[in-house]
Write a protein that binds this ligand. Structure first.
Ligand code: PLP
Length: 822
């Protein structure tokens, strides 16, 4: 890998200069935040040459570009990652030490760019990293939310949401590009004029907003490629020139001002759930319209035939959130570029591709016609016409079969179904893990699959090893490199070379020692943030992910309650010390999820303060789970809890990060867990519970009756009774009745325990027992954990992106040379 030359003296001078010009201070007087800013600007400077060179190379070689459209990019911190990918990390660390500065402290000053909820947004971030590293021309297209994902505080055991003011000190890495601003129009009405026999559509009476691009550099690893994440900010079109306005114009100016102010204010904090709010649809059209306009403008700079747009550009829609891109592209091609419908449709259906992320009914995007047509009148006309023509297609293929129309139409029962629009107008529909894609083809999207099987394909998700091993776990990264060389950094399957060491006692010892060091690092973090002492020799059993009923954090904490009962009832029994670590944000309005957080913290309070159990059991809830602390958590985990109700987790990516860091999966046969087990072998994971088929079968029968279990299994009953007898809420015994009722009476979908927590409980507890047994045998455990690392090669996002390129996007690879090397 070409390592770029790093000029230490120049860098130090640059940092000192920045502190002076930005803050009128010498280094010794600057605050830690100011030093971060100064170092950040120095790093952006170091990126700039390659960023310009990449742009020039793209203009010269004119490669096909992928526009990755996503409402979310969960980037985390940039400084450390940029240094890693510039291959400067160690040099910069040393240089800073020379002037008395600690890079870790500086990194810690950076707020996470939390422009996403969870897995979907982090996937987009990993994809950006892989695209740049593999040398593909790509733009990430998104929104520059002023407030990203809320900060979570735990107050008295409850989640409290605090605004995330991530931009309050400015962002040294961003570059505002007002010269590329675009206008986006909302509302009004469409007037149709006939010009020489041709209908011309003119939107009038609308409000408009200025979309201003803000660029963030995406540094490829060691290859001089710097791609761009373009996030759009909103500004009012009119600045106030009061004397120019009559009353009507004045009110309109105020409205436009307010629209611009509200539009990009905040990220909706729902994961796998549709909010259905007008502002959300506005956000979607805002960033999509600006991005499509930009893609067309870029194409037209060097090409005259818009009918061949798809040869140089492709749009990947990350879930249905950006699906209005389909109609926006049609609108521009027809209304602004003068194409006929058929010509525009040909271009659109060769440009747009859709990734499905979930089959959960409550996550599917459906917009009421009234709202959609009022906000986007011209776009709605186009969607109506797409639907009209598609319904004719259905009727041709399935004559007299109204069921098919009802199931597949884009507009039905007063709603616009965004997934149907994306499938009909896209040239590719992909699921995100094998099992998920099979469920799409066989069940959820069966009718579409039968009509257009060639569109469907699988792209199992992945993660970037540059952030989640090289940056997050430097001790293990170094050890891996010592054993298999450093090619794994850009070719993760090379990590398989570790397999020859799994029976080597020295290697086992070193490996377990690194895990121990990482557990000590996390234990310190926990001591600082939670005030809880945890023993790094105990088993670190970790479940970190968004809080959602289908992810079954409730099953995990019920099992902790069960273990605690066991220890209390059988103090003589040998029990291997365990630390159960949770981290999860709940959507602000998701009451049952928030109550689960309170239960976890209430159990933690009781268990952690019970001197009689000799610290054998500890429960920790890590506040404000986010990318930056996630990196440390994965590095320290022994057990990776991936316990979703089978069929509900489309892929999961947390599972992959744990595996890469040598944690063993305790999970259901769901999402990518299936493929993890396929790679590492069932004997190197702890698998339990119902299969996806069993779950789907039982659901179609209306669920099951958990009262059998409640009446016959004394230990399960005991745990459930503790939800309503005040065991964990002495001042308010009713506090957790809602959870009890959800499990035994009605948990939604008109049935008890819709996520089969009690149904899977015994099988889960047995898997947990097997975990303990395996951990007692240190050699066996070391071997299992090492085999997980060794077999994690498939789960790099480099592999995922290469598959997208080969099967969907067909991009050209680009190389960038810098002047200094030429
Ligand atoms: C990877 C990641 C996720 C996704 O985790 P899952 O276990 O796949 O749901 C969510 N949040 C953060 C911060 C992550 O890094």
């Amino acid at each position: 890998m070409a390592k770029r030359t790093f000029n230490k003296e120049f860098f130090i001078r640059s940092v000192k200069y920045n502190v002076r010009t930005l803050f009128r201070k010498e280094i010794e007087e600057a605050t830690e935040q100011q030093i971060f800013q100064a170092v950040g600007y120095a790093v952006k400077d170091a990126i700039m040459d390659a960023w310009i060179a990449t742009q020039k190379e793209y203009e010269k070689s004119d490669p096909k570009i992928v526009y990755y459209m996503s409402m979310e990019f969960l980037m985390g911190r940039a400084l450390g990652n940029n240094l890693i990918n510039l291959t400067f990390y160690d040099e910069v660390k040393e240089a800073l030490e020379e002037i008395g500065l600690d890079l870790n402290m500086i990194e810690d000053q950076e707020p996470d760019a939390a422009l996403g909820n969870g897995g979907l947004g982090r996937l987009a971030a990993c994809f950006m990293d892989s695209l740049a590293t593999l040398g593909y021309a790509a733009y990430g297209c998104g929104i520059r939310y002023r407030y990203g994902m809320f900060k979570q505080q735990i107050v008295d055991g409850y989640q409290v949401e605090v605004p995330d003011m991530w931009l309050k000190n400015g962002n040294p890495f961003e570059l505002r590009r007002p010269e590329y601003a675009k206008t986006v129009k909302f509302g009004g009405y469409v007037r149709i004029e006939n010009h020489n026999g041709k209908n011309v559509f003119i939107q009038e009476g609308y409000q408009s907003v200025l979309a201003v691009p803000v660029d963030l550099p995406i540094v490829g690893y060691g290859n001089n490629v710097i791609n761009t994440l373009r996030i759009w900010d909103a500004e009012a079109v009119n600045s106030f020139e009061l004397d120019r306005f009559d009353k009507g114009e004045y009110e309109k100016a105020v409205e436009q001002e307010n629209l611009a102010r509200n539009l990009v204010e905040v990220l909706y904090p729902n994961d796998n759930h549709m909010a259905g709010k007008e502002l959300r649809l506005k956000q979607q059209y805002f960033f999509v319209s600006a991005s499509v306009q930009e893609a067309i403008a870029k194409y037209k700079k060097n090409h005259s035939d818009i009918r061949k747009f798809y040869e140089k550009a492709t749009f990947q829609l990350n879930d249905t959130h950006p699906t209005v891109a389909v109609a926006e592209l049609m609108r521009i091609l027809m209304d602004e570029e003068g194409l006929e419908w058929d010509e525009a449709w040909d271009v659109t259906t060769k440009t747009c591709a859709y990734t499905n992320h979930t089959i959960m009914a409550e996550a599917l995007e459906k917009w009421p016609i009234e709202l959609f047509s009022r906000l986007l009148p011209r776009i709605y006309q186009i969607v109506e016409e797409i639907n009209r023509r598609f319904v004719i297609e259905i009727q041709k293929q399935y004559p007299n079969n109204y069921e098919k129309v009802k199931k597949m139409a884009i507009i039905m029962d007063g709603q616009v179904k965004m997934a149907h629009l994306a499938i009909v107008a896209g040239y590719s529909v992909n699921g995100v893990a094998k099992l998920h894609t099979e469920i799409l083809k066989k069940r959820e999207l069966k009718d579409f699959y039968e009509m257009m099987p060639q569109k469907f394909n699988n792209k199992t998700n992945g993660i970037t090893q540059r952030r989640f091993l090289l940056h997050g776990n430097p001790l293990l990264a170094k050890w891996v490199t010592e054993h298999v060389g450093d090619e794994w950094i850009t070719d993760l399957p090379r990590i398989k070379g570790l397999a020859v060491y799994v029976d080597d006692e020295k290697a086992q010892h070193e490996f377990m020692n690194i895990k121990y060091q990482n557990k000590v690092r996390l234990a310190k973090y926990i001591k600082e943030h939670n005030g809880i002492d945890v023993d790094p020799r105990s088993i670190f059993d970790v479940q970190v992910k968004r809080l959602h009923e289908y992810k079954r954090q409730l099953m995990n904490i019920l099992h902790v309650m069960y273990l605690y009962n066991q220890i209390k009832e059988h103090p003589e029994k040998d029990f291997y010390p365990r630390t159960f670590i949770f981290g999860a944000k709940a959507a602000a309005g998701y009451m049952r999820a928030k109550l689960t957080i309170k239960l976890i913290n209430s159990v933690a309070d009781v268990v952690n303060n019970d001197a009689s159990i000799n610290g054998k059991l500890k429960v920790v809830f890590i506040e404000d789970y986010r990318v930056s602390n996630a990196e440390w958590i994965f590095a320290a985990a022994d057990v990776s809890e991936q316990i979703s109700t089978a069929s509900k987790e489309a892929s999961g990516t947390g599972n992959m990060k744990f595996m890469l860091n040598g944690a063993v999966t305790l999970g259901t046969m769901d999402g990518a867990n299936v493929e993890i087990v396929e790679e590492v072998g069932e004997e190197n994971a702890f698998i339990f519970g119902m299969s996806a088929d069993e779950v789907i079968d039982l659901e179609s029968k209306g669920g099951y009756d958990p009262s059998q279990l409640f009446n016959t299994d004394q230990e399960i009953r005991h745990v459930l009774m503790q939800l309503i007898n005040g065991e964990y809420a002495p001042n308010d015994p009713e506090r957790f009745r809602e959870l009890y009722n959800a499990l035994l009476i009605d948990g939604g979908y008109n049935r008890p325990d819709p996520y089969f927590i009690l149904k899977d409980f015994r099988s889960y507890a047995d898997a947990q027992r097997r975990v303990e047994e395996a951990y007692r045998d240190e050699k066996r455990w070391a071997k299992m954990a090492m085999l997980n690392v060794a077999h994690s090669g498939k789960f790099t996002s480099d592999r995922t992106i290469q598959e997208y390129v080969d099967d969907i996007w067909k991009l050209d690879k680009v190389t960038v040379k810098l002047e200094e090397e030429a």
